[in-house]
Design a protein around this ligand. Structure first.
Ligand code: MRU
Length: 359
């Protein structure tokens, strides 16, 4: 993705002893990059959400483990740092997938080879994520093209949270087809759910779409159903943090309500994902751990002051408690289809295994 004419990925190696990320807590007001030099830096970046999005935190975790191997390639350190990084966020499976892939590859090799191998493996995870996002974009473009041909007018696509290039290494999952459709000249407009409480839609998705020149409008989270009833949403595309073997989908809190409204209004509801987001070990969504986040995210809001500074203010009745589940689970029956790097399929065990037979 280009920012002011310069190409960025969301994570990149710096020499062989550090890596860079974009500080997403500063967007959209400031574009700031950070250099991470230790696994503890990586863990802090993930827990503080300087870096976020399921595929991206997988790649950041992998680079964090690679830094650990540079300092101490022993089995004990490998296990300790693997476990420490895996604890940083519970819902997105990509983090565990990437850390598990790193650990399995490294344990097979002598200590002397581990540092170089870990750096190469982390780079491979990042490169593969880019390739998967690109392929998701192409498969999703086919769906958007068909819909545009049927509707013969501007398409309105709704998305929730941020599943763009900031949530992946590049291109995105849910936003990749939208970028390709826009680049192909398809007339479209995106409804961007603001995505309370952290506002990933208003601050990150809108920033991305604006930078790419895609027409969009930010909506209060509760407005999507109203626009669906009015016939002003042609399709919904969201990303996901974990899909279980039966096709249930964990995604940012509020996704389930959008899927219910889409079903009630016959609006197609697609979920875009790389195969690293599928958790084959869970039969259905009931066992997905849902991250409970700080009440402060509900009780306070951060934004830019008229004078230019950024400030956090209290927005709730003083002393009231708040509950803050970060994710919800959309049952497979509400999902029209999955868009993956291998093509599209039904949100069913058969659909998933038709694309990923040996998994
Ligand atoms: O808590 P976040 O911002 O890391 O959550 C990420 C999401 O839920 C995104 O919506 C996304 O769909 C999954 S990552 C492509």
């Amino acid at each position: 993705m280009k920012i002011k004419g310069q190409h960025y990925r969301s994570v990149w190696p710096i020499g062989d002893d550090a890596f860079g990320i974009i500080d997403q807590t500063r967007l959209p007001h400031e574009f700031v990059t950070l250099t991470l030099r230790s696994p503890q830096d990586a863990a802090h970046a993930i827990t503080s959400m300087q870096t976020r999005g399921a595929p991206l935190i997988g790649a950041v975790g992998a680079y964090g483990l690679a830094l650990a191997m540079r300092a101490d390639p022993s089995d004990e350190n490998l296990t300790r740092i693997h476990d420490m990084l895996a604890e940083t966020r519970p819902t997105a499976i990509n983090l565990r997938w990437a850390l598990g892939r790193m650990r399995d590859a490294l344990l097979k090799r002598p200590h002397t080879d581990r540092s170089a191998l870990a750096w190469k493996e982390a780079a491979a995870i990042a490169d593969e994520d880019v390739a998967m996002s690109k392929a998701i974009g192409e498969h999703g473009l086919t769906i958007i093209r068909d819909l545009a041909a049927r509707k013969k007018r501007k398409l309105n696509i709704l998305t929730h949270c941020n599943a763009g290039w900031l949530a992946t290494v590049d291109y995105g999952t849910a936003l990749a087809p939208i970028y390709l459709a826009h680049d192909a000249g398809i007339d479209l407009h995106v409804w961007v759910d603001e995505t309370r409480p952290r506002n990933q839609g208003a601050s990150l998705t809108a920033f991305e779409l604006g930078s790419h020149g895609v027409a969009h409008t930010i909506l209060a989270d509760n407005a999507g159903g109203h626009y669906m009833q009015a016939g002003e949403v042609d399709m919904v595309i969201v990303g996901t943090d974990r899909v279980t073997a039966n096709g249930d989908v964990a995604n940012k809190i509020g996704t389930y309500l959008k899927a219910l409204a889409a079903k009630d209004n016959n609006v197609p509801f697609y979920v875009a994902l790389p195969s690293s987001t599928i958790d084959w070990t869970l039969a259905d969504g009931r066992d997905i751990p849902i991250e409970e986040r700080s009440a402060d995210e509900i009780l306070k809001m951060t934004g830019r002051l008229p004078g230019g500074g950024v400030a956090t203010v209290e927005i709730a009745a003083p002393g009231s408690p708040a509950a803050n589940p970060g994710f919800d689970v959309t049952p497979a029956r509400l999902v029209t289809g999955f868009i993956t790097e291998r093509g599209t399929c039904a949100a069913t065990p058969e659909g998933l295994s038709s694309l990923f037979p040996k998994a």
